[in-house]
Design a protein around this ligand. Sequence first.
Ligand code: MSP
Length: 509
Amino acid sequence: MDNNSFFITTPIYYVNDAPHIGHAYTSIACDVLARFNRLNNRNTMFLTGTDEHGLKVEQAAKKKNMETKKFVDEMSVSFKKLTKKLNLSNDFFIRTTDKYHKKASQYIWNILKKNNQIYLDKYKGWYSVSDEAYFNDDEITIHEKTKKKIAPTGNEVQWVEEESYFFKLSKWQDKLLEYYKKNPDFIGPESRKNEVISFVKNGLNDLSISRTTFSWGIEVPHDKKHVMYVWLDALINYLSAIGYPDKKYKKFWPANLHIVGKDIIRFHAVYWPAFLLAAKIKPPKRIFAHGWWTNEGKKISKSLGNVIDPDTIIKEYGLDTLRFFLLREVPFGNDGNFSKKALERRINNDLANDLGNLVQRVLIIINKNLDGKLNKIKQIKKNDKKLFEYPEALLKVVEKNYERQEFHKVIDNIWKLISEANKYVDKSEPWKLIKDNKKRAGDVLNILIVIIAKIAIFLAPIMPETSKNILNKLGLNINKLSMKNIKENNFINTNFRVEKPEILFKKLI
Ligand code: MSP
């Protein structure tokens, strides 16, 4: 693996239904990390895509009276469209119905077979189509109202008895536990790591990895009756998308980070490394599981009719606001509640009052009093140092925050700089200085320009359009900048004249 590379992935999304806020959340988080690493000069690969096989998808197509392939083609487009709507910077979009992916999956199957990791038997047990997962007897309960048998996820299960290939997962219990111990950063956050470890400690059953009662899947090599279990097929996307089995996959493998929701941590932190170790491929470096959103305090579900369409929020509040809100409101890893009130509070306070106001008042004074002209700073005084030296220290902190997927801390820390800058404006009162000491006023304002430009660079991964907009007002372009600029001050365009700025964020009453 190239040491300077950074490979980050979203889960691939089931195409049984339209995209919602949960999908948007994972994708935005990954996008922020991809953009940050690119700006930090790492060779970045950001992957997302759609998970198109399995019973759940097949049944959804049937419900719509559509041919399955036609259905998945259409649904996949809506997820592709979402990448544009969210301004994702993904380098590739994988579909598990693509040929190269099928080939890679069968290739891995053959390796597992050759390595004596697969055997043929009969599966007898519970299966939840909604979760595309098998459950043990002791995990099943009866739903109070419907009296139906349900999995711990709340989804209905059905009894399955069929011939099936099994993966010798039970054999990997100790090796997995050893792996978690040796790689303490493999699973985040800590609470999920503990959950996974105790699950594995409880003992692992061999895993059914093929089905025979439907055909919407990747054919098992040399046994046409069987299609691969959709999770085996899906997990392999992380390899097939970067060229596996061709050696070129090694440029990005092992992946630096798979971001997933808490509901699918077991597949990623137990099954996936076991498959990989069994195939003699290195596991990814880290898996981080985020929490779930509720809507105005209620679980989001189709039956309750309270699914949040990201498009509606974007139309009402703007994309960058949504990106900001999702990552600022809730510590990544925790569950969170989506409420318009909370969103509007963030717009009024953080975005309009703090960020918007800073940019607005500095640019207005320059436009009015210095003819809009930006200039080199002539003298840094003692009182300027705290603010002037802040960004470089902030970069170190933010890098650490990103490494731990602590987006809320990244944002909180950037806002400390914004607040420091606002305090500096209040204290130095450039609107008064301009009358008494124009030279000093020029320095104060040009110091603030450097700081605002750096704030915009810090914001670029999180709010790309807002950042572009701010930099534009200063005659700068993010494509010509990087995190390196945080450590220097000579990148300001001193030939540029600042125009009277438009308001960045309007307050909502
Ligand atoms: N297809 C599998 C993933 C295979 S990856 C090899 C899958 N797809 S999914 O479309 O059902 O879910 C994708 C992601 O959306 C999951 O990470 C899930 O946690 C996330 N979310 C779904 N609903 C959510 C919320 N209400 N809140 C936050 N995220 C949630 O699972």
